[in-house]
Design a protein around this ligand. Sequence first.
Ligand code: 13P
Ligand code: SF4
Length: 303
Amino acid sequence: MEGQVENEILKLKKQKNAVILAHYYASEDVQRIADYVGDSFYLAKIAKKSTADIIVFCGVSFMGESAKILNPDKKVLMPDPTADCPMAHMVAEGKIERMRAEYDDIAVVCYINSTAELKSKSDVCVTSSNAVSIVKALPNKNIFFIPDKNLGSFVAKMVPDKNIILNDGCCPIHVNISAEELREEKEKHKSALVLSHPECDESVLALSDYIGSTADIILYAASSNADEFIICTEDGVVYKLEYDNPEKKFYFPKTRPCCSDMKLNTLENILYVLKTEENEVKLNDILMEKALTPLNRMLELAR
Ligand code: 13P
Ligand code: SF4
């Protein structure tokens, strides 16, 4: 039955000149059918240069919105329109305006995990792959980093000459990874290296051997001489990790991190949106124009 759904997806994709993009946190069957799988930065770049008429985005709403903002003339479809990232909304009303009033030279640096509305009020977007290099490249001394306090404080450590003002937002999945459970896992696998996403709490990052985006974690595991790793990020990455490194072992802390929003993308709803072209990402033109500037600035600065 599953093979039949896959065949129908492939047929419709070709007929409609559609492309399927999936984040590494999507489930294995979704990653297998996708044309491109990657982290947020890679997928934003792919969306920007796509020549397809339809982009099916197997991620969460901020990713679909970014694809639409970068391609206003294309149809961007979300397999499940309710797949959202809670952190994307975590900036208090009026906070950006208050920060701008307080500091003359402030740059509002907006993690791509944010609503189009927040992007539209920001100076530059970043992803976990490029946040450190982009903040370093900015001329501003004062940086208001939204919405993730953990990625923000990681950037602050890596760029100590800037005044990074943190915002009280975080990813509920990554902050749920506990240092205690990580220690227990390290006890069980004494030679394993710990690879963590910067959205984790600093108590977890302090126990880590490497900190990077999902794509960076995957690259690190492939190029490392070690053969055992404890992974502190969402468990969808294990598909690519095991695929690339069949001889290596990957473990997770006992409470396996799983983003239920990312897992809302299924083969069945990919097929549904390809058939019906429902769940299209629609944004107001003025908002899109305003949110495009910080996204384009990110793509330029990260080049
Ligand atoms: P990446 O920037 O590694 O793709 O991570 C996105 C994300 O949602 C992390 O929780
Ligand atoms: Fe958002 Fe966290 Fe899910 Fe990433 S893992 S999409 S940051 S809730």
